[in-house]
Ligand binder design. Structure first.
Ligand code: PLP
Length: 384
C-alpha cells in the first residue's frame, strides 16, 4: 500500500463510518419519501443525521440541507445570494477553491455581478484592513456578500472567522465561508459567529464521497436551484442518498468527539516533517503561515530548483508516496497552482503539498522522507 499523504484532497473512509452506513445500503433501503415502514426508517435516519450536523454547529435543524458535495453547496449559496437576496457585489480572495472562483466568475459573466478581490499579505492571510476598506466603499449602495475560506486547501492558512463576521455585520454584508477543510477538525459555532452560509463535504473528514451539506442561516433563506420532488424541505430535490447522509453524520460525530487528540496528532506529524526537512534539505521553505495560523493537516513544501525538478511528484508516486503538486481538487492536470501564483512563489520552485490524516504514523513520515531524500540524492543528517 502506498503511503497516503494527500488527505486535503480526500481522506480514507473510517471503518466505523462504513459500519454505520452498511445497514442503509442493505436492509434499510426504503425511499425516505415513502410513508411505509421502510420509508419511515430511512426518513428517521436522515433527520437524526440532520440533528447531528446542526448540533455540532449550534445551528437549528431547519438551517441544514444535504447536497451532493461542497461544490453544489457553493453554487446554491451564490446563486441564491444573487437571485433571492439581491447581492450585486461579491468580495472574495484570489486563493479560494475553484468552486468559489469559477462560480463568482460565472455570475459576473451571466448576471453582471461585480467581483472584488481582497489583497493578500505575504504570508497568505487576507489583508483585513483592505477588506474593511472594500466593505466601507460598497456599504449602502448594493448588497454585498463576502466569501472567504476558513482553511486553505493548498497552503493550510486559517482565517479568523470571527474577525470577518464582525466586519460583515458592521457593513451589513452577507458572509459565506468555504469551511470544507475545517469541518469536523475545528469547532464552529454559528450562534457565536454569525455566518450566513457555510458548507462541508464528507470525504474530507473520513466520510463517503458524493455527500455534502450547506448551512443557511435562517435570516438569509434562499430558493432552490434543483427543482423536483421537494426533498430537503424543497431546498434540494432528488431522492436523498440515505447511506451517505448517515455516513456524513457519523464521520462528523467522530471528528468532533476526538477533536483534541486528532488535532495534536496532525500537529505532531506536520511539525515532525517540517523539522526533518529543514534539517536535511538545503533551501527548503514552506508556503503560507505554516507555523502560525494554519491547519495542522497541511504542509506545503517548496524545494529550490538547485535540488529538485518537475519530476519530483511523479518520482514520489513511483516510490509509493501519494502527495499533491498543489491542489488535487480539479482535474489532476498540472496547470500550475493559482494559490501559489497569487502568493508570488517563484515559478522555478517545486512545491509539494503533504496533507495528513489521523491514520498516518510517524513511521510513515520517516519512510516518505527517506524516499524523498533518495529522489533528491541527499544524504540524511540523522544517524537513523
Ligand atoms: N473547497 C475546498 C477548500 C476544497 O478543498 C474542496 C475540495 O475538493 C472543495 C471546496 C470542493 O469539495 P467537493 O469537491 O467535495 O465539492
Amino acid at each position: 500500500m502506498p503511503i497516503y499523504l494527500d488527505n486535503a484532497a480526500t481522506t480514507p473512509l473510517d471503518p466505523k463510518v462504513l459500519e454505520a452506513m452498511l445497514p442503509y445500503m442493505t436492509e434499510h433501503y426504503g425511499n425516505p419519501s415513502s410513508i411505509h415502514a421502510l420509508g419511515r426508517k430511512a426518513r428517521m435516519a436522515i433527520e437524526k443525521a440532520r440533528r447531528t450536523v446542526a448540533q455540532h454547529l449550534n445551528a437549528s435543524t431547519g438551517e441544514i440541507f444535504f447536497t451532493s458535495c461542497a461544490t453544489e453547496s457553493t453554487h446554491l449559496a451564490f446563486t441564491g445570494a444573487v437571485n433571492d437576496l439581491g447581492v450585486h457585489h461579491i468580495i472574495t480572495s484570489p486563493i479560494e477553491h475553484h468552486c468559489i472562483l469559477h462560480t463568482a466568475e460565472h455570475l459576473q459573466h451571466t448576471q453582471g455581478i461585480h467581483v472584488h478581490f481582497v489583497r493578500l499579505l505575504a504570508n497568505g492571510h487576507i489583508d483585513v484592513g483592505h477588506l474593511a476598506t472594500l466593505l466601507q466603499q460598497l456599504e449602502g449602495k448594493e448588497k454585498v456578500m463576502v466569501s472567504l475560506m476558513h482553511g486553505n486547501n493548498e497552503i493550510g492558512n486559517l482565517l479568523d472567522l470571527e474577525v470577518v463576521s464582525v466586519l460583515c455585520q458592521k457593513h451589513d454584508a452577507y458572509f459565506h465561508s468555504d469551511t470544507v477543510q475545517t469541518m469536523a477538525y475545528y469547532p464552529i459555532d454559528v450562534q457565536k459567529t454569525k455566518i450566513h452560509f457555510l458548507q462541508g463535504s464528507a470525504h474530507k473528514f473520513y466520510g463517503p464521497k458524493g455527500i455534502g451539506f450547506i448551512y443557511i442561516n435562517s435570516d438569509s433563506m434562499i430558493k432552490p436551484v434543483i427543482l423536483g420532488g421537494s426533498q430537503e424541505r424543497n431546498m434540494r430535490s432528488g431522492t436523498e442518498s440515505v447511506f451517505n447522509i448517515v455516513g456524513l453524520a457519523k464521520a462528523m460525530d467522530l471528528g468532533y468527539e476526538n477533536i483534541a487528540a486528532t488535532s495534536q496528532h496532525l500537529y505532531d506529524l506536520k511539525h515532525y516533517l517540517a523539522d526533518t526537512l529543514k534539517k536535511n534539505v538545503p533551501g527548503v521553505t514552506f508556503n503560507g503561515d505554516y507555523a502560525g495560523q494554519s491547519m495542522n493537516k497541511v504542509l506545503s513544501v517548496s524545494f529550490p530548483p538547485a535540488i529538485a525538478n518537475e519530476l519530483l511528484l511523479l518520482n514520489l508516486d513511483i516510490a509509493g508516496v501519494c502527495a499533491s503538486g498543489g491542489s488535487a481538487c480539479s482535474s489532476g492536470v498540472d496547470v500550475g497552482s493559482h494559490v501559489l501564483g497569487a502568493l508570488n512563489v517563484p515559478a522555478d520552485r517545486h512545491n509539494i503539498r503533504f496533507s495528513f490524516s489521523k491514520f498516518n504514523t510517524k513511521a510513515e513520515i520517516d519512510t516518505a522522507v527517506e524516499k524523498l531524500m533518495g529522489i533528491l540524492k541527499i544524504q540524511s543528517q540523522d544517524a537513523a
